[in-house]
Design a protein around this ligand. Structure first.
Ligand code: SF4
Ligand code: SF4
Length: 221
């Protein structure tokens, strides 16, 4: 899930440039209506208009990557980058970094603030559902993530502050541990909640540097 930065902020970053390339992504950011084809065109039009008003015309090229997080989808972008010094990416932070890797001599600017990994439970509403901890325990918590859906990321039961099933930090959300309890009771697996969950070993995970996953079946081909 990502949200666009204000156009005025992007305009001020690229103020000294006469020509930029705007790159969108047809993947996740298109689904959440922040970085797809339509959003690229709207942003291009808004930037051109702003710059005309500032008497500082801006030339904009646009490109849509099928997936900005896979370098093979950036190959067709190469010719467009030849005479631009700055590239504005409407992909998530992952896509921005693949652009920067491919074009190290270009200034790559993120047009989006990447918020979280989540889904769309209702039309037009995106919810954070996974903190990408790398050590999933959803089978022990009734399919409710305690890292993300509990405001305190409690791993071993509720904090005790919930009121009428709502979180004490944010009364607008259900207490995750109430949901976990309800689901585990439904599954007749309440005994699983007695299993101690050690603190996540973030030193080996999130703070151990960028992670990689290797698929051996792909690598041996
Ligand atoms: S426990 Fe939560 S944060 Fe960790 S992988 Fe599972 S859903 Fe994601
Ligand atoms: S009330 Fe529930 S969801 Fe809120 S912090 Fe406490 S255990 Fe977590």
């Amino acid at each position: 899930m990502a949200e666009q930065k204000p156009v005025s902020e992007i305009a001020s970053i690229i103020y000294d440039y006469e020509k930029v390339l705007l790159v969108g992504c047809a993947g996740c950011v298109a689904v959440c209506l922040s970085g797809g084809e339509k959003e690229v065109e709207i942003m291009a039009a808004a930037l051109r208009l702003l710059r005309r008003q500032q008497n500082n015309p801006l030339e904009i090229l646009t490109f849509m990557a099928t997936r900005a997080c896979a370098p093979e989808y950036l190959v067709d972008l190469d010719p467009l980058t030849k005479d631009v010094a700055a590239i504005v990416s409407l992909a998530c932070g992952v896509g921005v970094q693949y652009l920067a890797d491919r074009y190290p001599e270009k200034w790559v600017i993120p047009a989006q603030d990447t918020k979280f990994a989540g889904g769309s439970g209702e039309h037009g509403i995106w919810e954070e559902r996974c903190g990408l901890c790398g050590d999933c325990i959803l089978h022990l918590t009734g399919g409710v993530c305690p890292i993300i859906r509990c405001a305190k990321s409690m791993l071993n039961g509720p904090c005790g502050g919930a009121q009428n099933g709502k979180c004490e930090i944010n009364p607008e959300i259900d207490c995750a541990w109430q949901l976990i309890y309800n689901r585990m009771r439904l599954l007749n697996k309440l005994d699983k909640l007695a299993e101690f969950q050690p603190a996540k070993d973030w030193s080996l995970n999130r703070h151990g540097g960028p992670r990689k996953v290797f698929r051996k079946d792909v690598l041996v081909k």
